[in-house]
Ligand binder design. Structure first.
Ligand code: F6R
Length: 364
C-alpha cells in the first residue's frame, strides 16, 4: 500500500528516519553509549583482513564500509563487485573473514561469492534485509537490516540501513581492535543516535531538489563527483539517476577528474558535487573550480559551512544541516535519492519499476 505517496519509492524514501532508527537500535546501546552485545561469526580482534562483496547499491554501501573500517578500526578491507569476486580466484588468508551485503539475500553473483568463500573455509557474515533468504541461511552469522519490505526496484531504505549496520560494525571492530577509546565510542554512538533526525531534516529539502531535477530533465549526461566516503555516494547518485530517469550519468572520485573526464565538461554538463565541509573540502572545491573554469554547471550538495566557504557560482546549492563526518554518508544519501526520484517523475518514467530491471537478480 502506497498510502498517500505517488510511488513506493517515495514512500520508502520517507520511511528512512524510522527504519534507520530501528536498525541502529538493534546494534547500539543508546543508554550506555556503547555498541550493543551481539554475536559475530568471527573475532574482529583476530582477523587481519575482511573481504566484502556485493552488487549495485549494496556494493556501494560496502565501499563506504571499507572507508569506515579502515579509518576507525584499522582493519584492511578488500571489496569487490560480486560478479568479479566470484571468478577472480582471490587468495583468502587464514586470518580473514568475508562479509556479503544484500537486500534480497538472493542475488546470484553475491551468493556465488559467498559459496566461494565457504569453499575457502573462512567465516562468513551477511548483512541482509530478508531474513529467510538463501544468503541468511548459508552464512555463519547475519546482521539483519530492519528496513521492512522494499518494493521499489531502486534500493533506498535498504541502502541507508546497510550503512547503519556497517557503522555499528565499524564501532564493534574499533572497540575489539582497541582503536577507539570508550569516550570516542560514546561520542560516535551519540552521533549515530542523531542520524534519523538529520535524515528527517534532509527530507525537507524538496524545493532545491525540484529545481535541480527540472534542469536534469533537459540534459543527456550528468557527472557526479565526491571524495572519500562521498565518492561511493557519487557512484550511487549516478546509478540512481541512470536507472530511474535513463539519463546517462557517471560518478567519479573528484581527484580523478583531471585524468580524463574533465574533457567532457562544457556549458551543457551539469556536475553534481557532494561535498560536506569535511577535512578534504578544500580539495574538492579546487576540483569544482576546474569545472567552473570550463563552463560546467555545478550543483553543490553541502552543509551550511560548505555553502559559506565555497566561493563559486553554482547553478544550485543544496544545503544540509551540519552533521558529524562519521554519519554524513547516511544523511547525504537522501538528496541523491530524491534528485533521481524527482527527475524520474518529471520525465514520466516509472520510478517503481524502471525498464529492463528486476528487484531481485537471481540469474547471473
Ligand atoms: C539499485 C539497486 C541494485 C541492487 C542490486 C543488489 O538501486 O537496487 O543495484 O542494489 O541488484 O541487490 P541485493 O541487495 O538484493 O543483493
Amino acid at each position: 500500500d502506497k498510502g498517500n505517496y505517488r510511488h513506493f519509492m517515495e514512500k520508502e524514501i520517507h520511511e528512512q528516519p524510522e527504519v534507520i532508527s530501528h536498525t541502529l537500535a538493534r546494534y547500539l546501546d543508546f543508554a550506555q553509549g556503547t555498541v550493543a552485545n551481539f554475536d559475530l561469526p568471527f573475532d574482529f580482534a583476530k582477523i587481519e583482513r575482511l573481504a566484502i562483496s556485493a552488487c549495485g547499491t549494496a556494493y556501494l554501501a560496502g565501499l563506504i564500509g571499507k572507508y569506515w573500517l579502515e579509518r576507525y578500526a584499522r582493519l584492511p578491507v578488500d571489496i569487490d563487485i560480486a560478479s568479479e569476486f566470484r571468478y577472480r580466484e582471490m587468495p583468502l588468508p587464514e586470518n580473514s573473514a568475508a562479509l556479503f551485503i544484500s537486500q534480497s539475500g538472493e542475488t546470484a553473483d553475491t551468493l556465488a561469492s559467498l559459496r566461494y568463500c565457504r569453499g575457502e573455509g573462512i567465516p562468513i557474515a551477511a548483512i541482509v534485509n530478508v531474513r529467510e533468504s538463501t544468503m541468511a541461511r548459508e552464512s555463519d552469522g547475519i546482521f539483519p537490516t530492519l528496513a521492512g519490505p522494499e518494493i521499489g526496484v531502486a534500493s533506498t531504505k535498504a541502502f541507508t540501513c546497510q550503512l547503519s549496520v556497517l557503522a555499528a560494525l565499524t564501532l564493534k571492530a574499533a572497540r575489539a581492535r582497541g582503536t577507539i577509546t570508550p569516550d570516542e565510542e560514546k561520542a560516535f554512538v551519540r552521533q549515530l543516535a542523531e542520524a534519523p533526525r538529520y535524515v528527517s531534516q534532509a527530507l525537507k529539502l524538496s524545493d532545491g531538489i525540484e529545481k535541480v531535477a527540472r534542469e536534469l530533465s533537459h540534459v543527456r549526461h550528468v557527472l557526479y563527483l565526491g571524495r572519500d566516503t562521498n565518492y561511493p555516494l557519487a557512484l550511487e547518485g549516478a546509478l540512481k539517476l541512470k536507472e530511474l530517469s535513463y539519463i546517462h550519468a557517471e560518478g567519479y572520485a573528484a581527484g580523478e577528474l583531471k585524468h580524463g573526464p574533465i574533457a567532457l565538461i562544457d556549458e551543457q554538463m551539469p556536475v553534481i558535487v557532494i561535498a560536506p565541509h569535511d577535512r578534504i573540502f578544500e580539495k574538492t572545491v579546487s576540483n569544482m573550480q576546474e569545472v567552473a573554469a570550463r563552463g560546467g554547471r555545478i550543483v553543490l550538495i553541502t552543509d551550511e559551512k560548505g555553502a559559506k566557504n565555497a566561493t563559486l557560482d553554482t547553478l544550485e546549492t543544496i544545503v544540509l544541516p551540519d552533521v558529524p563526518e562519521f554519519v554524513a554518508p547516511i544523511v547525504y544519501a537522501l538528496p541523491i535519492q530524491m534528485l533521481a526520484y524527482h527527475t524520474a517523475v518529471l520525465m514520466g518514467t516509472d520510478a517503481d519499476q524502471p525498464r529492463n530491471l528486476a528487484k531481485s537478480v537471481t540469474v547471473e
